[in-house]
Design a protein around this ligand. Structure first.
Ligand code: E4P
Length: 218
């Protein structure tokens, strides 16, 4: 399973990259706004900065909600850097734009997916990635992981090449369960990725090894 980090914070991206397990980055307008990035030039520069830190795919979301606007924005984003993946909302014009881009070899990520039917449409339109929002479903007492498993089953039934990018990850068990049901990618915050490191028995065991190593007079 690929690990993407879900942030526009350059320090978090650098830290995840330094860990050696990072395969890409996802951003969205809320994450960009959180970093205080304003103005088109600054936004484009920020995407370039991210591409220069990581080796993998960087999802950059269009703001437009109409077909023409999405095409204009998406082409500009795709031309910015070869690592950019155009992120499109799961609406009719977003699906049309997804088909437009996939027909032209431009990679896409269809976002704001909350049902298996939406994921099926995204795959039919040739999306590179589909982003079901696991955490936001859990937030409203709906089993987000069940959706990931449903999409996996549907994509496998028809050998769709669209990759399941489980998004809105909140914690380590989301990551572990995504891996169990066969999600292709997960995107989560640095805290969830680093959370995978933790186990008290590791800390206790290491403390003991360090104490015993002192007896070896190295
Ligand atoms: C990623 O592509 C999504 O935009 C993101 O994971 C949403 O996460 P949130 O529900 O924590 O905002």
């Amino acid at each position: 399973m690929k690990f993407f980090i879900d942030t526009a914070n350059l320090e978090d991206i650098k830290e995840a990259q330094a860990l050696g397990v990072l395969d890409g980055v996802t951003t969205n307008p809320s994450l960009m706004a959180k970093e205080g990035i304003v103005g088109k030039d600054n936004i484009l520069k920020h995407y370039l900065d991210i591409c220069n830190i990581v080796d993998g795919d960087v999802s950059a979301e269009v703001i437009s909600t109409d077909f023409d606007g999405m095409i204009k924005e998406g082409l500009e984003l795709a031309e910015l850097h070869e690592q950019i993946v155009v992120k499109l909302p799961m609406i009719a014009d977003g699906i049309k734009a997804c088909k437009y881009f996939s027909d032209r070899g431009i990679r896409t990520n269809v976002t704001l997916v909350f049902s298996a039917g939406q994921a099926l449409l995204a795959a039919k339109a040739g999306a590179t990635y589909v982003s079901p929002f696991l955490g936001r479903l859990d937030d409203v007492s709906t089993d987000g992981m069940h959706l990931i498993a449903e999409i996996r089953e549907i994509y496998d039934n028809y050998n769709f090449q669209t990759q399941i990018l489980s998004a809105s990850i909140r914690h380590t068990m989301h990551i572990v369960n995504c891996a169990k049901v066969g999600s292709d990618v997960m995107t989560g915050p640095l805290s969830a990725i680093k959370g995978l490191l933790k186990h008290p028995l590791t800390d206790i065991g290491l403390k003991q090894f360090i104490e015993d190593a002192k007896k070896m007079n190295l």
